[in-house]
Design a protein around this ligand. Sequence first.
Ligand code: NAD
Length: 318
Amino acid sequence: MVILLTGAAGFIGSHLTEHLLGLGHTVIGFDNFDNQYDPARKQLNLRLIKGHRNVNVIEGDIRDQTLLADVLRRYQCDTVVHLAARTGVRDSVREPALCLDVNVNGTLSLLEAMRTTNVRRLVMASSSSVYGNSTFVPFREDDDANLPLSPYAMSKRSAELLTHTYHHLHGFNVACLRFFTVYGPRQRPEMAISRFTEKMFGGQPITIFGDGNTSRNYTYIYDTVMGITSAINHLNGFDLLNIGGAASTNLRDLVSMIERAVGRKAVIDWQPNQPGDVTLTCADLHRASNRIGYFPSIQIEEGINRFVRWYQQSVLCS
Ligand SMILES: NC(=O)c1ccc[n+]([C@@H]2O[C@H](COP(=O)([O-])OP(=O)(O)OC[C@H]3O[C@@H](n4cnc5c(N)ncnc54)[C@H](O)[C@@H]3O)[C@@H](O)[C@H]2O)c1
């Protein structure tokens, strides 16, 4: 396959690029290296694939429909994986217009570029945040997802709805994957596991918002990449799929696991809950396992150990 991968230089995108190249696919990465976090980190993310004969990374913005259409045509792409986005709930509360512009208008621009070049296979990153504070646990894809708690969640739900429209009107085959807090090597620096690890190694206090009883269905990057790859191989019609970890973990337990892996006790700076944050995420994985054979394989403690080992070798020793 020739796959256009938006957001290729990011955390998930760079791992996926390596995996797809390993499977023998051609990857056309597309990323604007924005400054939501240090663009130099994104260049580093691409280090392992530099020079590979089956990859090209184009610097561009997904809101540039003409450029996207040119790229789809020039490289004869047959499949698109759309990961590029303004990420993060808290940033979206600070900058809602930018979040909506990139995540909704950017997705529309991509869909139009695909339509005009006759590319109709799309796997798109959505998010568990679309479930808001749903009281139906675990979260199922056929639950209502109409009460988003942040501009980010709203933008992801809107993008899902847009892709459904293109499935209906133009026969696109689409899988929207609802990722649940992905972690592992190269995780975005503002995410909790990265932040806590960095602070604990530096002997600095970690900030916890709320009472520490929030819970997340943390998903190791390997499982996320397997989920995306399976979704590419099973594209057929329109699907919404939860791609989550095996179990939900309480924030206090997560901190204890990082403490054990780092070998230091955390000093905690307790702060009030942040607007937009949800209290719990918990994925029902039946649909993903039935439709695409998705089963998460990495337990949280093992994943945290792998992450901390990577951090020691790649960040502390660099
Ligand atoms: N990491 C998670 O826990 C998680 C959870 C749920 C959903 N997601 C979704 O998965 C996707 C990937 O997330 P990630 O954690 O790898 O984030 P990331 O920020 O590391 O990667 C996103 C990439 O998109 C690029 N980008 C941003 N705006 C762009 C634009 N206008 N044009 C082109 N490129 C642009 C960025 O430069 C970045 O490299 C995102 O859509 C995110 O919303 C991630």
